[in-house]
Design a protein around this ligand. Structure first.
Ligand code: SAH
Length: 349
């Protein structure tokens, strides 16, 4: 019988000591055999994303891409990049919505940043016959003009958590109880931290945001480009303890079934903005997803779909409403654009 990921993580902790939450997250999501994304079967079952709710989401982002391609000077060729395309639904809608814009299509070299072999296969299948290149990291995007999109990508990058223990900061770790069960605890050592919030008892930090912005800054140093990130998280407050796990659409403990549940936490948009501005990049947003999609014409697109297929009128209207409504995804999700300097403002912001 194969050893479960839970037991393999427990063995690692017994041998080397408690591990930071970020390491736990990395193992749960990306263990080559038993990681959540490596297995690739949970998407659509454990959680559902905007492109899977309504085609309108990807269609509007497709038109956004074509528009922004012109604002960066219509370079030919350019890289059309998606980070973490999941089952490829967003990119399929992007390509379909822009099919008639043939100069955009002809110029685009499709490049997908995807860690999971199973999801790579799903993306190739869905996007056939479009040729595409898979790469492992954003740093591997070749030099040249790029347009990049990423929906619900940043939230699954490993997060570190810190808690104030009397006067010292400690890092939250995953260790073992006496009964050999995974439990949260605090590091023995005091982590070296540059910026700590003054009045908080806890905070989260996502080291990979710096790496992502650095990679964009390098790409944008010699060529124009623009990146659009959509994710959930507060627009201006720093997340404190937002690590969550989802399985079969329900929230469970992050320690319950390592590798079989999606692990996620809020994106710190204020931090992302600060890092990008410090690199001399231009920022638009974050703005609420609802406002962004409505500005791009979500209501008109929904009406057109309903006219074309009146039988599905209610389902279409409900799905689009879910994307834009403030009580649903409209405000909890934010859009932010990071651009090379001296471009006109992006559509929708
Ligand atoms: N964007 C999709 C799915 C998001 S799920 C949608 O909107 O439906 C997150 C995706 O990012 C998955 O495809 C996952 O395999 C990929 N991913 C997560 N961490 C990654 C990393 N560090 N490098 C590359 N891909 C990653």
């Amino acid at each position: 019988m194969t050893t479960s990921l839970n037991d393999r993580i427990a063995k690692l902790i017994r041998e080397t000591g408690p591990i930071p939450v970020s390491v736990y997250m990395q193992l749960c999501l990306h263990d080559p055999r038993q990681g959540y994304y490596s297995q690739g079967e949970g998407l659509g079952r454990d959680f559902i994303t905007a492109p899977e709710i309504s085609q309108v989401f990807g269609e509007l982002i497709g038109l956004w891409c074509a528009h922004e391609w012109r604002s960066i000077g219509a370079p030919d060729p350019f890289r059309l990049v998606e980070l973490g395309p999941g089952r490829g639904v967003l990119m399929a809608d992007v390509l379909r919505a822009t099919r008639a814009i043939s100069d955009f299509h002809d110029a685009a070299d499709l490049t997908l940043v995807e860690a999971s072999p199973a999801l790579r296969r799903a993306q190739i299948d869905r996007l056939k016959p479009t040729e595409l290149t898979h790469i492992n990291t954003i740093e591997a995007i070749p030099d040249g003009p790029i347009l990049l999109i990423a929906n619900e990508f940043l939230d699954c990058l490993p997060v570190r958590q810190f808690i104030r223990d009397t006067e010292q900061w400690r890092e939250r770790v995953v260790g073992l109880s006496d009964a050999n069960e995974l439990v949260f605890g605090l590091s023995d050592t005091v982590p070296a931290l540059d910026n700590t919030p003054d009045n908080a008892q806890q905070f989260e930090m996502r080291p990979s945001l710096v790496a992502i912005v650095d990679a964009l800054a390098q790409r944008f140093a010699n060529h124009p480009g623009r990146a659009l990130f959509i994710d959930y998280g507060p627009a201006d407050a720093a997340p404190d303890d937002t690590l969550r796990a989802y399985k079969n659409g329900a929230q469970i403990s992050p320690l319950e079934t390592p590798g079989d549940a999606d692990l996620t936490s809020d994106v710190d948009f204020a931090d992302l903005k600060r890092i990008a501005l410090a690199q001399g990049l231009e920022i638009h947003g974050p703005i609420a997803q609802g406002d962004f999609l409505l500005a791009l014409g979500a209501a008109q697109r929904a009406e057109a779909l309903i006219r074309a297929n009146p039988k599905e009128a209610e389902a279409t209207a409900d799905a689009v409403h879910r994307l834009v409504d403030s009580a649903s995804m409209g405000v909890r999700f934010q859009a932010i654009a990071i651009s090379s300097p001296n471009l006109p403002p992006p559509a929708g912001f």
